[in-house]
Structures are given as C-alpha cells and as structure tokens.
Design a protein around this ligand. Structure first.
Ligand SMILES: [Fe+2]
Ligand SMILES: [Fe+2]
Length: 209
C-alpha cells in the first residue's frame, strides 16, 4: 500500500458498507462538503444506472469513491502519484488536482478493496471523461457534473433536461459547456479534448473549433 494511503487511513475503521464508509471517511478528514456532494452523486448515479441498464452496484461503488482522494492536500497529489508509479501526462503535472480521479482509484483498490477494473476506470476518468468512454464512465461523469454545487454548475438545468432525452445528450451538454470555456482552464486535459472531439462528431457535426 503506498505510504500516502497508509498514513491517511491508519486511524479509520471500515464497516464494509461503502454508503457509510465513504462519506464518513471524507468527514473524518474534514471534508463535509465533499461528503455531501458524494451522497448526491451516488443518488444520481443509481437513478441513471437503472435507466440505462448499468449495474447499479458498480455505479454506486464508483460514485461513493470517485472523489475519495481529495483527503490528500492538492499540493501532495503530484508526489503521491509519482510514488504510486502512475504515468503522468504533462497536463496533470501542470494541474495536479486533475490527478484526483486516478488517485481515488488507488484508494479504492488499496483501502476499500475494489477490484472491478471498469469501476476503477470510471473513477479515473470522472473529471475529464475519455474517448471510447464506457456506459459506466458516462453514468459517473454525468452524475458527478449534475451534482456540483449550483454556483459552479450554471449548465445544470440544461443538462438535466438533456438527460431526459438521453445520457449521451447530457454528457454532450457538459462537454460542450466546458469546451466553450476551455480558454479559462489552466490546462486542457487530452482525455477531455478526445472525449469532446469524439462526441462532437455525433452532436456538432458542423462545428470543428
Ligand atoms: Fe472529482
Ligand atoms: Fe465529484
């Protein structure tokens, strides 16, 4: 187990119920706001999973743990990722906060004993999505974006309406919103760019900006 996982989990005892353990672990580290967010993401992910036919337990596991590495201070994320042997992209070196999905997958594996590769993959790409995203990736991505605090999610009404049409339409709604604001991003993660370009073929066939 990497040192950063050992030191942050040493004084926490798991019950074995993720719906209890994940928010309790976040609150234990003073992250009540993230715990509240994660509870919203889990509720949303369960609903979307049922609608689109994704395994509900897988969606809930991904949802409960997708932000769990936020217990790690942002300034320690880069060194933690290096110590865990993660392959780092230049964008992630520039903006290490973008590593929190990959680091959450490490906590999930090492402390919460999650083994399903699809669940771990969905956690890794929940911030950016990726080209060739699985249905589970898209369920978690949409549930996460719909559960951001309202002041950071001006797109949420449009995205919720898009979800009534289809999951892909909702995912596109967020990708397009983010892409229009890419000039304000510290960096454009290549997974986000690839996800946008791929979905633009379906939803914005004319525009290629
Ligand atoms: Fe996140
Ligand atoms: Fe999140």
């Amino acid at each position: 187990m990497p040192d950063f996982v050992t030191s942050l989990t040493a004084d926490f005892t798991l019950t074995g119920d993720l719906s209890v353990d994940a928010p309790a672990f976040l609150r234990h580290h003073g992250l009540a706001g993230i715990a509240d967010h994660v509870e919203r993401v889990a509720a949303q992910a369960g609903q979307i999973a049922d609608r689109v036919g994704v395994d509900r337990a897988a969606a809930l596991t991904a949802a409960w743990l997708h932000d769990i590495s936020l217990v790690l201070p942002a300034v320690e994320m880069l060194s933690a990722a290096e110590s865990a042997g993660l392959e780092l992209l230049p964008a992630e070196r520039q903006a290490p906060g973008m590593l929190h999905g990959k680091l959450s997958a490490i906590f999930a594996q090492q402390f919460f004993a999650v083994t399903d590769p699809q669940v771990l993959a969905a956690m890794r790409c929940h911030t950016t999505l990726r080209a060739g995203a699985t249905l589970l990736d898209r369920v978690l991505f949409a549930a996460d974006k719909l559960s951001w605090d309202p002041e950071h999610a001006p797109y949420r009404h449009e995205m919720a309406a898009a979800l009534d049409e289809s999951l892909n339409r909702a995912v596109w709604c967020f990708l397009d919103w983010g892409w229009q604001r890419r000039g304000q991003m510290a960096v454009i993660h290549p997974w986000f760019r690839a996800a946008y370009v791929e979905m633009a073929r379906q939803f914005a066939p004319v525009r290629r900006d």
